[in-house]
Design a protein around this ligand. Structure first.
Ligand SMILES: CC(C)(COP(=O)(O)OP(=O)(O)OC[C@H]1O[C@@H](n2cnc3c(N)ncnc32)[C@H](O)[C@@H]1OP(=O)(O)O)[C@@H](O)C(=O)NCCC(=O)NCCS
Length: 242
């Protein structure tokens, strides 16, 4: 049943890409019914520059919440350059312009003996908040960690970051406040065939969605160029006739 829903969502996403991009106002966007499935894909090192662009687009307040300090552009760039795509897992949600709306980093403990622990960090662009992306990324990271035999996932957040802590609480994490900082821990069950299959299907769906977005963007870019050339030629004709 879940697989069927995934395939239907994939088909709908593909059909939507065949329509010219429409620019909705924020109010229209909020009123639109949100898709059941969110295409969350695993990101490799070839997505590094888009991850940097996503994080650099965060304002000072969001950077403070995301990193626990007001990270400068240089500090963000160093963080992205230092991302270990071999050890950690990075997840992202792309829009049809191939901009990353949301990025999550599941960081595995580098110290030997702590392999059963992973830390979760996430950011969603302001324009894409409140659609459940943060929640879905946490679920996706948790299922991945579980399938990697991680037994505990934790979030280090500022105590004032009520939205992030709400996501953790909703997932069943135990939340421990220590002054201005709070740690949330979520215990994970052992992997099962079902948890592995769910992750495989979700990743396949997200990869297919991404490929369609790449093709659709290439198509619309070419069309825009053709239209620009046509408009230029028409203008030249008008200029000659005038
Ligand atoms: C935290 C963050 C990732 C949440 O992303 P999001 O996609 O908007 O989150 P969701 O849509 O999944 O909403 C999560 C929950 O918070 C609630 N929520 C969302 N916005 C809220 C707001 N402004 N005030 C109160 N609650 C809010 C939602 O209702 C939801 O709870 P519910 O499922 O019980 O209804 C996003 O705000 C962000 O990027 N913040 C800056 C960086 C940051 O703080 N990162 C986390 C540090 S690790």
């Amino acid at each position: 049943m879940e697989t069927k829903n995934l395939l239907l969502a994939s088909l709908e996403a593909g059909k939507a890409l065949l329509h010219a991009p429409v620019h909705h106002t924020d109010a229209e966007q909020a009123a639109k019914p949100q898709p059941h499935m969110v295409p969350i894909r695993s990101l490799g090192a070839n997505h590094r520059s888009r991850i940097a662009a996503h994080l650099l687009a965060l304002d000072a307040h969001d950077r403070y919440f995301r990193f626990g300090y007001s990270a400068s552009d240089e500090q963000i760039q160093r963080y992205v350059d230092g991302m270990n795509f071999g050890r950690d897992e990075i997840f992202g949600i792309y829009n049809r312009k191939l901009e990353l709306l949301a990025v999550a980093h599941l960081a595995y403990a580098p110290q030997a003996g702590h392999e059963s622990c992973a830390e979760f960090g996430v950011s969603v662009l302001k324009t894409a908040r409140g659609r459940g992306y943060g929640t879905r990324l946490f679920e996706r990271a948790a299922i991945h960690a579980r399938n990697d035999s991680v037994s505990q996932i934790f979030i280090h957040a500022l105590s004032e970051n009520t939205v992030m802590l709400q996501i953790a609480r909703n997932a069943g994490a135990s939340v421990q406040r220590d002054g201005s900082e709070t740690e949330a821990y979520l215990r994970l069950d052992a992997p099962t065939l079902d948890s592995r299959m769910t992750e495989i299907v979700e990743e396949q769906f997200a990869q297919a969605d991404y490929r369609m977005k790449v093709q659709a963007k290439a198509f619309w870019d070419v069309l825009a160029q053709v239209q620009a050339v046509r408009q230029g030629a028409a203008q030249a004709q008008r200029d000659v006739a005038a």
